[in-house]
Design a protein around this ligand. Structure first.
Ligand code: HEM
Ligand code: NAG
Length: 502
């Protein structure tokens, strides 16, 4: 009896103890949070926030821009919001976006590293790295892309050849409804694959198709709810099931594929004759062998290669899928593009980027596809490298900056019909007209590294498609412009008919 009472008391005491401890911890964390959240003077305004969660519950993650517009209307062109413990600023409007992205005095050149990315890739590579490491990796990647573009086989030729294979594959559909998604993905990916791995993959290569599916899945799930939770509570979410675990597994598989490619290259690597990006990188590594001051190491080799592979596939491919959709939905515009192709190229000449200047209408249509497709609505996030002041607002080092490209691309003051597909936006007296409020590749020191390549891909693939086919909705099926929320906003899957023109 006494013993039982004793243990009860002990249990009570322990329970109380635990509760006191928990309460104490909570008060302490609350206090730390409070201190952390005290805003510096002149910090941009924003909606009121909760402890720990910040503005998390005020955001609607089902919407492409998380339903933030109401805050922009209320607080202006620089809105501060906290997502968990992450301090973010959303910037709206061309002058301010340009100022933030291009003025080196503001140092908005780093990348915020989400816990998920950190878990997978540390801070390496081109896309997510910062500081000296980023400078070295980016410079090298740019130079190598350029060298392989100007080498034996020009990028134009590679793209023409691939476009030819893709046209053949589409011909096999014989005008019947089909989903063009993974054929286009494969063809586009082959361009960057031929540069990085020195090879292309057949469209019926099951292993490569599997990788493309993983890539598609990752871009979709990475911005989903579970991954957002992972980024706020990584230690807890690591232990829980959910789609973040799928993303981690997919990334592992993609990394494995790249590592395998690298191992194969090492076997017959000849520093005097680099065949592709991986060879060039292996050669660069030998320059620094034994020194610790360089970022050219095994980890950066894998991550930079994977970065090019990922960044170079989903983006251009998604844009082309938007393009086919807009053509099938706007037959009179499609006809005008085909008339221009017939005039400048005819049926037999292969399109190349040299033809772009002679084909203002086609060029305008491609730009309009990019404007309406608007595949990266909030740009890729940047981070402030040192304390700075923009437009009178103080931004401390480490603040995350999002720039609203959708607001530019749909600005009613800039575009005659902001929400309607209209190539005239990019034309003036029959000539192509550049537009300042068009920034799908972003601007500044971190501007898309593949912009030239992507623009060549879009022009050559798109022109080749319309040279050979007319795209129509399948009989009795309605094509929809509904978007699938993803790291690169894509159309929901659709089927289309490619009617041969000859
Ligand atoms: C239509 C196609 C594409 C679009 C719309 C696009 C868009 C973008 C955007 C908005 C950024 C962020 C820039 C910034 O932070 O200011 C970016 C970065 C990047 N893109 Fe692209 N991109 C496309 C195709 C490509 C291709 C084909 C490659 C292949 C080489 C590529 C490689 C990269 C890389 C490596 C970065 C990171 C650059 C850095 O952080 O320094 N992109 N892209
Ligand atoms: C970006 O701008 C668009 C169009 O004005 C708006 O609908 C969206 O909510 C904005 N997103 C953010 C994050 O400010």
């Amino acid at each position: 009896m006494l013993a039982a009472l004793g243990s009860l008391a002990a249990a009570l005491w322990a329970g109380l103890h635990l509760r006191t401890l928990l309460l104490g911890t909570f008060v302490f964390l609350f206090f730390v949070d409070f201190l952390k959240r005290r805003r510096p003077k002149n910090y941009p305004p924003g909606p009121p926030r909760l402890p720990f969660f910040g503005n998390f519950f005020q955001l609607d993650f089902q919407q492409p821009s998380w339903g933030i517009q109401k805050f922009v209307n209320k607080y202006g062109n620089m809105v501060s919001m906290d997502i968990g413990l992450l301090n973010t600023i959303t910037v709206t409007g061309l002058p301010l976006i340009k100022e933030v992205l291009t003025n080196p005095d503001h140092g908005v050149v780093n990348r915020p590293l989400s816990p998920l990315r950190k878990h997978m890739f540390k801070k390496h590579g081109v896309v997510m790295s910062s500081g000296q490491e980023w400078k070295e990796q980016r410079r090298f990647a740019l130079m190598t892309l350029r060298n392989f573009g100007l080498g034996k086989k020009s990028l134009d030729e590679r793209i023409q050849e691939e476009a030819h294979y893709l046209v053949e594959a589409i011909q096999e559909e014989k005008g019947q409804p089909f989903d063009p998604h993974f054929k286009i993905n494969n063809a586009v990916s082959n361009i960057i694959c031929s540069v990085t791995f020195g090879e292309r993959f057949e469209y019926d290569d099951a292993r490569f198709q599997e990788l493309l599916k993983l890539m598609d899945e990752v871009t979709h799930l990475e911005i989903g709810f579970c991954c957002i939770l992972f980024n706020i509570f990584p230690e807890i979410m690591k232990l829980l099931p959910g789609s973040h675990q799928t993303v981690i597994k997919d990334f592992e598989k993609l990394k494995m594929f790249v590592s395998q490619m690298i191992e194969n290259h090492r076997k017959d690597f000849n520093p005097d004759e680099p065949r592709d990006f991986i060879d060039a990188y292996l050669k660069e590594m030998t320059k620094y062998a034994g020194t610790v001051s360089s970022s050219f190491d095994d980890e950066n080799l894998v991550t930079s290669t994977l970065d090019l592979f990922l960044a170079g596939t989903e983006t251009s491919s998604t844009t082309l899928r938007w393009g086919l959709l807009y053509m099938a939905l706007n037959p009179e515009i499609q006809e005008k593009v085909q008339a221009e192709i017939d005039r400048v190229l005819g049926q037999s000449q292969r399109p190349s980027t040299d033809h772009r200047d002679q084909m203002p209408y086609t060029n305008a249509v491609i730009h309009e596809v990019q404007r309406m497709g608007d595949i990266i609505p909030l740009n890729v996030a940047r981070e402030v490298a040192f304390d700075t002041t923009v437009a009178g607002y103080y931004l401390p080092k480490g603040t995350m900056i999002m720039t609203n490209l959708t607001a530019l691309h749909r600005d009613p003051k800039e575009w005659a019909t902001p929400d309607t597909f209209n190539p005239e936006h990019f034309l003036e007296n029959g000539k192509f007209k550049k537009r300042e409020s068009f920034l799908p590749f972003s601007v500044g020191k971190r501007v898309c590294l593949g912009e030239q390549l992507a623009r060549a891909e879009l022009f050559i693939f798109f022109t080749s498609f319309l040279q050979k086919f007319t795209f129509r909705p399948p009989a009795n099926e309605k094509l929809s412009l509904k978007a699938k929320i993803s790291a690169a906003i894509s159309p929901v899957s659709y089927r289309i008919c490619a009617i041969p023109r000859e």
